[in-house]
Design a protein around this ligand. Structure first.
Ligand code: PLP
Length: 390
């Protein structure tokens, strides 16, 4: 027994070290990591470039303060702006903090326009975090239950339903923004099609709303482009990132462009740790490695290998509803709950996750090789088959 608060139904395993796409437990058993600690370990484990960058930075300075200039933070903001097409960056330490910044920004934007009760349209099955504002934005009752009163100022519509959004626009003059994941992660790997994304952009333009893309899980190369919104060529006004940006070192960011720029001034928002030199060194090295090693192209290729491998291995097995995904963000939807598969996969030496009760979620490191992809299919398919045949 430890003194940890019981916030996670943890598996009993503990990992002592990692190497590439593998994690090793305290008994030396190895596990193929097809989860990346939920889309975090972009470069896998013990990546020599990241280890060196972090060690060198630790030997210089870990933390100064946002009371001073931080050149690495300036450099990382330039890189993120160039990759995303956004103009300004605020750094924080996690996804929910990045979304908190986005929500505050949307409200600030609303008040500037004379909207007294600024309201943000959010989606069913969305996940935006567990702080009070972000759990209120999240579209899952389990996340919210027991924490009422929720933060007000959100209205919810079904995902990918442009008609529902237009309807809200007609009778709610307080709307100032729409916030969504272009690929929903926790919600079960649901993908917003290009047409919906473009129509959403037009509605936001017509109404003067901010389009806020939560790219905390789908961003930073995971779906095969730097950001999922780039697939349809739609430019958001606000983008949030975190998880994969530091490849294991906590860092988050809120990026803004166009009418969302220049809103915050000194005193409106802040963070003690946000964008400290260590975190920014990890972020910069992660981005450079993705670029130098063509990891986005790899994500597209390996995503195809995994999806086609699973389709072939599970061909004709009844109970498989859908195998979908973009890049290395993959969902295998079954017709029944499948939470037990996580422990069975663990026994078999494979790390996966199940979300939305019946969607197996795969988020491998972007360094996954073809051999790793085949190994994943080989380990996972028999477990799925057995689960559906029992
Ligand atoms: C994980 C996640 C968050 C919350 O990130 P934390 O770092 O856990 O606060 C927010 N949005 C999305 C889409 C996520 O997947």
């Amino acid at each position: 027994m430890s003194h940890l608060m019981n916030t996670y139904a943890r598996l009993a395993v503990a990992f002592s070290h990692g190497e590439g796409v593998w994690l090793f437990d305290e008994d030396g058993k190895r596990y193929l990591d097809a989860l990346s600690g939920i889309a975090v370990s972009t470069l896998g484990h013990n990546h020599p470039r990241l280890v060196r960058a972090i060690a060198e930075q630790a030997g210089c300075v870990l933390h100064t303060s946002n009371l001073y200039r931080i050149p690495l933070q300036e450099e990382l903001s330039d890189r993120l702006a160039a990759l995303s097409g956004m103009d300004e960056v605020f750094f924080c330490n996690s996804g929910c903090e990045a979304n908190e910044a986005a929500i505050k920004l949307a409200r600030f934007y609303g008040h500037r326009k004379g909207v007294d009760q600024p309201t943000i349209i959010v989606m069913e099955n969305a996940f935006h975090g567990r702080t009070m504002a972000t759990l209120s934005a999240t579209g899952n009752r389990k996340t919210q239950a027991g924490f009422e009163p929720l933060v007000s100022g959100f209205v919810r519509v079904p995902y990918k339903d442009i008609g529902a959004i237009r309807k809200v626009a007609e009778h709610n003059g307080n709307v100032v923004a729409v916030m969504l994941e272009m690929v929903q992660g926790e919600g079960g790997i649901n993908i917003a099609d290009d047409e919906f994304q473009r129509e959403l952009r037009s509605v936001c333009d017509e109404r003067g709303w901010l389009l806020i893309c939560d790219e905390v899980q789908c961003g930073i190369g995971r779906t095969g482009g730097w950001f999922a919104f780039q697939q349809a060529g739609v430019m958001p006004d606000v983008v949030t990132v975190a998880k994969g940006l530091g490849s294991g070192v906590p860092i988050g960011a809120c990026l803004v462009a166009g009418r969302a720029t220049g809103l915050f001034g000194p005193g409106n928002h802040g963070s003690t740790f946000g964008g400290n030199p260590l975190a920014c060194a990890a972020g910069l090295e992660t981005l450079s490695t993705i670029e130098d090693d063509h990891l986005m192209m790899n994500a597209v290729k390996m995503g195809e290998v995994i999806k086609s491998g699973l389709r072939e291995a599970l061909d004709g097995v009844s109970g498989v509803v859908d195998i979908r995904g973009r890049g290395l963000m993959i969902g295998v939807e079954l017709d029944r709950p499948c939470g037990e598969l996580v422990a069975r996969a663990l026994d078999a030496g494979l790390l996966i996750n199940v979300t939305a009760e019946r969607v197996i979620r795969l988020l491998p490191p972007l360094i996954f090789s073809e051999q790793d992809a085949h190994a994943l299919v080989h380990l996972l398919a028999p477990l799925v088959r057995k689960h559906l045949e029992q």
